[in-house]
Design a protein around this ligand. Sequence first.
Ligand SMILES: O=C(O)[C@H](O)[C@H](O)COP(=O)(O)O
Ligand SMILES: [Mg+2]
Length: 306
Amino acid sequence: MSGPQCTRLSGALVKQVLDSVDSVLFDCDGVIWRGDQAVPGAPRVVTLLKERGKRVFFVTNNSTKTRKMYVDKMSTLGFDAKEEEVFGTAYCSAMYLKTVCELQGKVYLVGSDAMRQELEAVGIRQTGVGPDHVAGKQNDWANVALDPDVKAVVVGFDEHFSYMKVNRAMQYLTQPECLFVGTNRDSRLPLEGGKAVPGTGCLLQAVETAAQRQAQTVGKPNRFMFDCVASKFSVDPARCLMVGDRLDTDIMLGSNCGLKTLLTLTGVSTVADAEAHQKSGCAERQKMVPDYYVESIADLLPALQG
Ligand SMILES: O=C(O)[C@H](O)[C@H](O)COP(=O)(O)O
Ligand SMILES: [Mg+2]
């Protein structure tokens, strides 16, 4: 059977694979941490990879933090990381609107304050962050006042998500020229102790259903996040290893960009999920089969310490 084999990465194969790459791209939720707890051994893995001359990048679909906020969380949890190594969807969606869409005008933002900060950092104004709840009658909702400067609706993770936000987004998106961008489609956010909460994908789908339009997503598996890394660092895709816990985002990104792929079982996807894609015979699903898997990235430590 050709294509990725989902081989267990252990013993001498670990060193062989690590020697074959110059850069390692780590997903965050479910890989280096779950909620506010580092995966045991993960900070040490990052330190040792850097000591052995590997470049390390953090590529996360989680739009609730700016790069600075991620570096603060990483140093709190013992990770040695710099802002330029962090690529989150709050930052990447701001870059997408700035450099790809060349957006003139404002954003109606269903998202976090971190997204507002990253947008403003590239000179894009926004409206919409924070609580927003219904008032008045249904007819009032359908005729909500729209800001004429708004030229794009952007949806990310929003703890203040509400019916009125779906409504406002829908009303803006009745204008065909209004851009519609989503950070990512993850269905769940893995947390400590194997717990999970609804993911950004749930919120984005609600707005898409109301607007009857499909958003352009910026996050994994869309290759834009890798292009953001490659636009700042000269990386050879064939000598990059993408490490993730989700087949439909992390591993698919690796396949889309020609990277080596490693699934870690500390988050969402399982080996059984990968094997089901492998047996499907469907080319698109084969792209979600990783080259390798480990129980945890701590499994890399013996080879790194050797
Ligand atoms: O709900 C979400 O947005 C996702 O669960 C979260 O973003 C996943 O982050 P990642 O695993 O890409 O770090
Ligand atoms: Mg993850």
